[in-house]
Design a protein around this ligand. Structure first.
Ligand SMILES: Cc1cc2nc3c(=O)[nH]c(=O)nc-3n(C[C@H](O)[C@H](O)[C@H](O)COP(=O)(O)O)c2cc1C
Length: 343
């Protein structure tokens, strides 16, 4: 039987994201950095190469569509549209949490997008907290196999769960369970937040137990306390959610501090309010391997495929222009570009 409440929850998240009231008031931190402009780049703009290899997949540019949804008919349409876009532009793609399909096989269809994106870097996605609610390596393997994924990303979302009516709030002893999954899983395991960031100290703990990918999903984008409490009639929940409107670790600072940490060789996905190609250039210069974006793609795919195409083309132009004006002919060169902290 389909879990209509779970499908409804996912659809509500998708609808609410278009509402201005759920925007975070926190800073992503990118505005605190500025590239030193190079007026004489000594290169041909048309020869700039923004392609990268990530987990053995060639990508046209260092960008993935971050996890959003799956479950019902509306989700299926969104996943199909975004997977086809990822395929045509050679971007990475992650499905949203597959919990709904692990609990109910009839929901698997909305996640099975491999046919639309045969060569795309594809991530499976589950909530790490489910490891405290009876799940183990079996469910992790099923999520990967379900979509023929290149890696599994487990999300950490403590603040969201607190404000979610009936949320899963037991986050105790999870690190040990994550370690076990790392040792048993056949594909790389990554950890991400959902909009509040992963600090360097947490990244260190995670990498010490075998996590290979850190997806920052830092502050500045959406407010899960606002989204979840607006789905509830609980007056206390609604009132308290406002106190968290500017909560979270700024994305830029997370990238910088993780990439500067000694003996920490995690692959870094920069996400969480990475809005422009200039933000992408800054994220890559600070140490990220690729960037991710969820809410801008979602808002656009709900309107049309053309809006998404324009967005990817704008990001491409902005990234290349930033590289041109810092004299960087490829993504590797960006790591040596002069990025100044101005605030
Ligand atoms: C409607 C919606 C649903 C989301 N669902 C998931 C999810 O199922 N799993 C997950 O790891 N992250 C989920 N996220 C979080 C995003 O992947 C991303 O980390 C976050 O939105 C910050 O990135 P952005 O600024 O590019 O939107 C969701 C985000 C949105 C907007």
């Amino acid at each position: 039987m389909i879990d209509h409440a779970a499908v409804h929850k996912k659809d509500e998240h998708v609808t609410l994201i278009c509402d201005e009231c759920v925007r975070s008031m926190a800073s992503s931190g990118f505005a605190n950095y500025q590239f030193e402009h190079n007026a004489l780049p000594e290169m041909d703009f048309s020869e700039i190469d923004i392609s990268v290899n990530f987990l053995g997949r060639k990508m046209h540019m260092p960008l993935m569509i971050s996890p959003i949804t799956g479950g019902g008919d509306k989700s299926e349409k969104i996943n199909k549209g975004l997977a086809e876009l990822a395929n045509d532009f050679s971007l990475g793609f992650s499905v949203g949490s597959q919990r709904i399909a692990i609990e109910n096989a009839s929901c698997e269809k909305s996640f099975k997008i491999r046919n639309y994106a045969p060569n795309v870097l594809l991530f499976a996605n589950l909530g790490a907290v489910q490891l405290n609610y009876g799940w183990s390596i079996d469910e992790c393997r099923r999520a990967v196999d379900m979509i023929d994924a290149d890696a599994l990303i487990l999300h950490l979302n403590p603040l969201q769960e607190v404000f979610q009516p009936g949320g899963n709030i037991d986050f105790s002893n999870l690190l040990k369970k994550i370690e076990k999954i790392c040792s048993l899983l056949d594909v790389p395991l990554g950890i991400k937040e959902v909009g509040y960031g992963i600090s360097a100290s947490l990244a260190k703990k995670l990498c010490n137990v075998g996590v290979q990918i850190i997806d920052i999903a830092g502050a500045g984008s959406i407010s899960w306390s606002a989204i979840e409490s607006s789905r509830s009639n609980d007056i206390v929940l609604r009132h308290s959610s406002a106190a968290f409107l500017n909560w979270g670790n700024p994305t830029a600072e997370c990238i910088r501090s993780i990439s500067e940490s000694e003996k920490l060789d995690a692959k870094i996905i920069a996400s969480g309010s990475v809005r422009t190609g200039v933000d992408m250039a800054k994220a890559l210069a600070l140490g990220a391997n690729i960037c991710g974006n969820a809410s801008d793609f979602l808002r656009r795919i709900l309107k049309s495929r053309a809006e998404c195409e324009n967005f990817v083309e704008s990001l491409t132009l902005e990234l290349k222009a930033a590289m041109f004006c810092t004299g960087c002919k490829d993504i590797q060169a960006l790591k040596f570009a002069k990025l100044v902290k101005i605030a």
